[in-house]
Design a protein around this ligand. Structure first.
Ligand code: 6LW
Length: 496
């Protein structure tokens, strides 16, 4: 396996991929963040560039009021007759949605809600006659229905895509081999067979990929011997929770499976600071069944650095806000990013916060910020309950670590109008008994050239195992009072 793994580091769960000629397009889940559903592009499968997002406008997803961990769950991206299709669940929001676009970078349509489909993780496939099938996991996520939070296995219905409705009562097609949460189905017509690839065992350590096949898209499905065909369950492999895979055939005929996984650190329990990331593995076909290579850790060499100095008139597509679009809280003007406070804090469901994925286990983020007209700073968050931050303004710099029921703060006085604030994630020191955590997070300020660490916090509380909010670490800037101007945002990360 020579491809880099993680393929898409940082918060990038539930990957779905499509090849169009020599081009690959990959989409992942974003939950309550906007813009939602990033689209990454690659030609060589090694270098991936985020070219846009599906949900860039208010109304495409109903995330304004969605509970944490709801929102955009598990896309399927496909391409047919010159049109990109993406189906996804807006969990606890609009429901099962179908978006289209002529170009993967967008603009994407407003999204049509499927009538008669109550579930998650929709897959879209067409048979030779052009009949469209929606295959999904029958976990009810519509609070208004009696099926709310009930699981009915894997379901399927023929659908009218233009009208957005099921053409039949969804039928049960398979439910895996007994793991909890049979989900993430993808159905493919390959040769004489229809292959159904699913996840089961839950998205944590029990996760795995199971496969069944049939001569018809509707089944009956024959289960592969030895399911789950891929899992890291019970192993000491560095990449755990592997599952939720989507197959793709490369331009040269080889096959790959993209899937989610985590990189836990520590002892037997272990914590994954960055959340669920996208990985890839090779696929071979033997006796009419796929054989997946266990997912290998092959991190990219070197140090990744970038600086956003906000000179471009538009924000890069990687910037995300929480439950609202970035434009509603931030303006890019004359090489600075201005954020206006609205009375909310990081503890609120809708903070004035704009961030990007932390993509490396060792990372330093630094901003230069003008706080002469307000209070604001730099934060890393999982959600409104779990976040670490450092803010300047009103004569002081305050570092804060907040998790449910507990909070820690430290402060120093500072009258500087312009300060540099820094958040660093570094590996724990190396003593396995002292350092049972994912990482150590330092919150520091650089004032008049002097760096002061205000707090050193245990990173495990910002991990997917503890926060349980489906997302990952997102780091960025926030405003608490007045308005603040961010001159630049620097990122430096490495997996070495
Ligand atoms: C996703 C589903 C899952 O829809 O988590 O636990 C959901 N399993 O496959 C969100 O990523």
């Amino acid at each position: 396996m020579t491809l880099p793994n993680p393929l898409l580091p940082g918060f990038n769960p539930d990957p779905s991929i499509v090849r169009v000629g020599e081009d690959y397009y990959l989409a992942t889940s974003t939950f309550e963040y906007l813009p939602g559903i990033p689209i990454y592009h690659s030609r060589d499968f090694v270098t991936w560039t985020q070219i846009g997002n599906v949900a860039t406008r208010t109304g495409q997803l109903d995330v304004e009021a969605t509970p944490t961990a709801g929102g955009a769950w598990a896309p399927t991206i496909r391409h047919r007759d010159g049109v990109f299709h993406l189906v996804i669940t807006d969990a606890f929001g609009r429901g099962t949605l179908h978006f289209t676009a002529e170009q993967a970078e967008g603009p994407w349509s407003d999204g049509v809600v499927f009538d008669g489909i109550d579930g998650i993780d929709p897959d879209l496939v067409w048979d030779d006659d052009g009949t469209a099938y929606l295959t999904f996991s029958g976990l009810g996520v519509n609070p208004a229905l009696p099926t709310f939070m009930h699981h009915r296995g894997l379901l399927q219905a023929k659908v009218d895509l233009a009208a957005g409705r099921a053409l039949e009562e969804p039928r049960s097609i398979w439910s895996g081999v007994g793991g909890q949460f049979p989900e993430a189905p993808h159905l493919y017509h390959i040769g004489d067979w229809w292959y159904l690839v699913i996840a089961e065992g839950g998205t944590e350590r029990g996760h795995g990929v199971s496969v069944a096949r049939s001569h018809s898209p509707e089944g009956p499905f024959e289960t592969a011997a030895g399911n789950p065909l891929l899992t890291a369950r019970g192993t000491g492999r560095p990449i755990q929770n592997t599952g939720h895979g989507d197959l793709v055939q490369l331009a040269d005929g080889q096959w790959r499976l993209v899937l989610l996984g985590v990189r836990p650190r520590s002892m037997t329990r272990a914590f994954s600071a960055l959340g669920r990331e996208t990985f890839v593995t090779t696929v071979e076909w033997r006796d009419g069944w796929p054989v997946f290579e266990p997912v290998q850790l092959t991190p990219r060499d070197g140090v990744v650095t970038y600086r956003d100095d906000f000179v471009a008139p538009e924000l890069a597509p990687a910037w995300m806000a929480v439950r609202r679009t970035p434009e509603t809280i931030a303006t890019v003007r004359e090489g600075s990013l201005q954020l206006r406070a609205d009375g909310s804090t990081l503890d609120d469901l809708v903070p004035v916060f704009l961030g990007r994925r932390q993509q490396h286990q060792t990372a330093t983020l630094r901003v230069r910020i003008d706080v002469s007209a307000g209070v604001g700073g730099l934060a890393v968050r999982y959600d409104e309950r779990f976040h670490y931050s450092i803010a300047a303004g009103a004569g002081r710099v305050v570092a804060r670590g907040a998790i449910p029921s507990f909070e820690r703060t430290a402060e120093i006085a500072s009258d500087s109008a312009v300060v540099e604030l820094e958040i660093t994630s570094r590996p724990p020191g190396g003593d396995p008994f002292d350092d049972r955590t994912s990482d150590v997070v330092e919150l520091a300020a650089v004032i008049d050239g002097e760096r002061t660490v205000l707090l050193e916090l245990d990173g495990r509380y910002l991990s997917s195992e503890i926060a349980e909010s489906f997302t990952g670490r997102v780091a960025g800037v926030f405003a608490l009072e007045g308005s603040v101007a961010v001159d630049w945002f620097d990122y430096r990360g490495s997996d070495e």
